[in-house]
Design a protein around this ligand. Sequence first.
Ligand code: FE
Ligand code: CA
Length: 518
Amino acid sequence: MSFDRRMLLRNATYLAALAGLTPSRSVLATGLGTNPFTLGVAAGDPWPDGFVIWTRLAPDPLAPHGGMPAQSVPVGWEVAEDEAFSKIARKGQSLARPELGHSVHVELSGLEPHRHYWYRFHVAGSDVSPVGRARTAPPATAPVDRVRIGVAGCQNWEIGYYDAYRALAQENDLDLVFHYGDYIYEAGPRPLGGPIVRQHLGETLYSLDDYRRRYAQYKMDPDLQAAHHACAFAMSFDDHEVNNNWAGEFDQAGTPPEIFALRRFAGLQAWYENVPVRRAQMPRPGGITAYRRLDYGRLLRTHVLDTRSYRTDQPCSDDPWSAGCTPQVHNSPSMLGSVQEAWLDEGLGNGATWNLLAQQVIMMQLDFREPGTQEPIFQTDLWDGYRPARARVIESIRRHGLTNVVVSSGDHHKHAVGSVALRDDDPAGEKVAVEFLATSISSGGDGGGEKASRHLLSNNPNLDLYHDKRGYQVFDITPKRWTTDVRILDHVSAKGAPASTLACYEVRPESPRVQRIA
Ligand code: FE
Ligand code: CA
């Protein structure tokens, strides 16, 4: 808020008081019951002297407005150097506003670089929130020994339990979890039975209140909360935060763009309200800016990309698998939009040891043709549908002389490890980046493991692993080598499956090639 505007508001309150009017009933005097923190707490986007801390007040999370009155409520917060909160580093107060679903996003400053902090919130007359932990980033110019990043996403509530999040919460010494999107799914409830283990409340999501309630349902999950409480997240969104396979102005159903824009805004506002991102990522009437950089000293530069908001429509109608959609027409011109693309190109000019493209959909070429068929099949919702855009990213990486680019992606509900080839017509040839596609937390259900992977591996020489189980990945990043652990769970249809390590890959910054080491 500008200084002038603040003065104006202050004067208005003052004049109202003089005139004998009660200043607007903006602040709640009484308590909210014992627990307004049913959705937990979260931290995000660490920088050297702070990170975002988040909560959203919802004493009755599935009721209209989460059971909150239509008023702003002051929320106190504390950040401590220890879990017992005996050494408070920062504290303050924020307003949980009804316009933002009574969410609170605090951007901390003044903390020490690369150390852990604990944070919590409180509201007058209520219990204190759960305690979250997060770690600041190292100073921009510092050499850094090690950074550990988990990767997760695609958490369809109906299809599986979140034991993968429980396991992620127990991973050793994570700095960050990158969430590649599909934090919620927008469909209505499916009949229980078969692969459905629990049901969505409410019908298909269209309004802001619909989306808010769906987030409340998901965020009550204790395993999801445990992961947020353990570590800061770098949040992005994919399609299901709004609508399956949306692309810029277009949804899948061919809704007029000016009408789809309303639904997209509702979905993205609810996303903002429910995730620990900075105010810069708040949707505005002109759109949302979700792409941003996170640096870990000189070791790692992370470019968080938005591959949904600015893309052109997918080629070949709205069926990503349609027959007759030949490779020649997979040429939708833009995936990132020209502004984000220029921003990425500029940001790739850096001296970091590693560059991570933290984004949503598969970037490497992948031919999904069935065994025994001659015609290649490429999925149009992936970078394969946007070949000129992919060629420009490849060209940018080459122009900057980078051999240290790692692509992280999701969306596909499988683990895959491979590389982005310089030329689409020579996938066995020179490579420009490695790619780790992290499987889903729950979407897709228990999964078939290696089944159906053999023909994919033989049709795609740039692919090293393709595995259909739920889980996540962990990047262990050091100056000399990057290690990716591929974690899986046997099942998600019943609670209690432990995580195990399916495979372990190594990359060196001098060469964009993956090597399986376990
Ligand atoms: Fe998904
Ligand atoms: Ca998706």
